[in-house]
Design a protein around this ligand. Structure first.
Ligand code: PHE
Length: 358
């Protein structure tokens, strides 16, 4: 747009002409604003129309030649035109800035939803979980957790527990001995009782979870390696009723609050009297379409009052101290609770089994 300077010569510019010029500056500028396709194009329009040396300024310079009564109208119009252009520019600039920003973000978008490397979550082995749960229950009853070696000697595993060399109970244990060594793989967790009592004075209350080994043929209910949890409580005036209370408390916490529990006389060389603990279980059987339900007493652990011979072996005075002990199979606990019928599932590491129970 060029201001028609030729018309500015002469004695007086007719104000009507200047007003027309301002109007056409406005419409030309507004069209340029409309046509601006970018923020920088807007800036160019602003410099072209609103800068000090722009067309509006040129018209203003001609005002001096007008009469004083004509000037205000032209000045007012010039201001209105400047305002209209400024306003249109600001609006256009804001719209363009917004869409330019959106386009930039779109262009810089990084797709992080592409398939990554799947990392399946692991789960705690059902045996470990069972041990943790049982330990938690006994901790709540004031027991602490003790551990002992899996490779034992004859004295800790048998002798100190009142199982002499010719004792028939040794046959039940069918021991795995280390070749060329007097050592053996512990056949039960009871040697940890002995180690605990040898290392601390009474009173004490411990449970000892761990691996045990026997020379068993492996089948659905036998494994050469399995887990036991041993319990031992020694104090003054500890009675069989205390043992019964603790065991019942445990069974109700682990299997369910209303489960009937019974104690059946039994024999262990290291406890006297001894008992076998049974719990009443609901057994659901499915044969084809027929589902039958029955109840059965199921053996859950062995227990008894610590034999005075055991106290003598570890140097506790059997006249002062009494106590009880119990021992249970961890696989058995888990099998009964989860209805598992084959112990081998625990050791085959089939992820489908492990992730169901983990
Ligand atoms: N040690 C016994 C077993 O392995 C279980 C048991 C422990 C029984 C403590 C009584 C007391 O069969």
């Amino acid at each position: 747009m060029a201001v028609r300077r030729t018309q500015s010569s002469g004695n007086g510019e007719p104000p009507g002409d200047l007003l027309t010029q301002l109007d056409s500056i406005r419409s030309e500028a507004l069209a340029a604003v409309e046509a601006a396709g970018s923020v920088s194009a807007c800036d160019e329009v602003r410099i072209r129309y609103l800068a000090k040396k722009g067309p509006i300024q040129d018209v203003m310079k001609l005002m001096g030649k007008l009469g004083s009564d004509e000037r205000p109208a032209v000045g007012e119009r010039a201001n209105a035109v400047r305002d209209a252009i400024t306003e249109a520019l600001a609006a256009r600039r804001a719209t363009l800035a917004k869409s330019e920003r959106a386009a930039r973000l779109e262009a810089e978008f990084i797709d992080i939803t592409l398939p990554g490397t799947p990392r399946p979550l692991g789960s705690i082995h059902p045996i470990t979980r069972t041990i943790q749960e049982v330990s938690h229950i006994f901790r709540g009853l004031g027991f602490s957790v003790a551990e002992g070696p899996e490779v034992e000697d004859d004295w800790h595993n048998f002798e100190a527990l009142n199982i002499p060399a010719d004792h028939p109970a040794r046959d039940m244990h069918d021991t795995l001995y280390l070749a060329g060594s007097p050592l053996l793989l512990r056949t039960h967790t009871s040697p940890v009782q002995i180690r605990a009592m040898m290392s601390q004075p009474p009173p004490l209350a411990i449970i000892c979870p761990g691996k045990t080994y026997r020379r068993d043929q492996i089948d659905a209910t036998h494994s050469a390696m399995f887990h036991q949890i041993e319990g031992l409580l020694v104090g003054k005036d500890v009675a069989f009723s205390h043992l019964m209370g603790v065991i019942e408390e445990f069974i109700h916490a682990f299997f369910g609050p209303d489960i009937p529990v019974r104690f059946r006389p039994s024999f262990f060389p290291f406890t006297e009297p001894s008992a076998e603990v049974d719990m009443l279980r609901r057994v659901v059987k499915r044969e084809g379409d027929r589902v039958s339900e029955s109840e059965a007493w199921t053996e859950i652990m062995g227990c008894g009052m610590v034999d005075p011979e055991v106290f003598k072996a570890v140097g506790y005075d059997p006249e002062v101290w009494t106590g009880f002990a119990f021992g249970m199979g961890v696989e058995r606990l888990a099998m009964i609770r989860s209805g598992i019928t084959d112990i081998r599932l625990f050791f085959e590491n089939d992820i489908r089994f492990l992730s169901q129970l983990g």
